[in-house]
Design a protein around this ligand. Structure first.
Ligand SMILES: [Zn+2]
Length: 263
């Protein structure tokens, strides 16, 4: 991977990279979901489909980044992963993916958590179809339920990587395995509590805490039948490249676990 920096952020550059993805793999379908309009301008929203859910055995995954505009490492991780797709391709055998690289373009360009209307989009998934970004994200999700959803976030106070895990109660927890792999190369967040939730060696379980984090994207996906929902968090205080690498390693490990656990 070439050196990655968090240079001046431009959503036009994100779109340029999305439109160039066809050069990297012919497995991609690039779909324009629609346009977000605000006083400051308009932003085209795209989703990328990889593979098709050809039969009931196909595993379905959902990836999403940048719903908080001041958490850019996830956006970069998704774009980098797609540009280096040949390194991940073997993990996509029998997998169909729906990928949203940047959920909040306005916030991404301005380094704000919220969108142009001052809304934290990750609290708006309960019947808020009047919000443009939410409507387009829900359009990408459609009626799908996924085997696994990964939402890429960052923590401004974080000192290491951690994740939130929500899953069907009948399934085995695998969040710990993802964190253990990341821990081999990167620091893990060891604070006893994060936002009032107990942190167990980098894993916060949301299994019995249905609405305590509000109507987040992962909660919406869970309510619509997604089996494993992970919210991945990298620490903003670390170098940008390291944060991107943490997300990529978590993504790779999650895909490997997907194959190992669901033969
Ligand atoms: Zn976030």
């Amino acid at each position: 991977m070439s050196k990655i920096t968090d240079k001046v952020r431009s959503y036009a550059e994100v779109i340029h990279r999305i439109k160039n993805l066809k050069k990297h793999s012919n497995s991609f379908a690039i779909i324009k979901l629609g346009e977000i309009c605000c006083l400051q301008g308009s932003y085209d929203m795209f989703c990328i489909q990889v593979g098709t859910p050809a039969n009931p055995k196909t595993k379905r995954i959902f990836l999403s980044a940048g719903i908080h505009g001041d958490e850019p490492a996830g956006v970069e991780a998704i774009l980098t992963f797609l540009e280096y797709f040949h390194e991940y391709e073997v993990l996509f055998e029998g997998v169909a993916a729906t990928i949203l690289p940047c959920d909040n373009p306005f916030g991404y360009e301005r380094n704000t958590r919220e969108n142009a209307d001052g809304l934290d989009l990750n609290q708006q998934f309960q019947n808020q179809d009047s919000i443009q970004e939410i409507r387009l994200i829900k359009k990408a999700i459609g009626r799908s339920s996924f085997d696994m959803a990964l939402a890429f976030h960052e923590d401004v106070e974080g000192e290491g990587f951690y994740l939130w895990e929500r899953k069907c109660t009948t399934l085995k927890s695998i969040g710990e395995l993802v964190v253990q792999r990341v821990a081999q190369d990167y620091p893990i967040e060891r604070k006893a509590q994060i936002e009032g939730f107990p942190n167990r060696q980098g894993v916060i379980s949301l299994d019995k805490r249905y609405l305590e984090k509000g109507w987040t994207q992962e909660y919406y996906l869970f309510r619509h039948g997604t089996k494993y929902c992970f919210t991945l968090e990298s620490p903003v205080n670390m170098l940008f490249q390291k944060r991107v690498e943490m997300h990529l390693l978590a993504l790779r490990t999650s895909l490997q676990l997907l194959h190992q656990h669901w033969q």
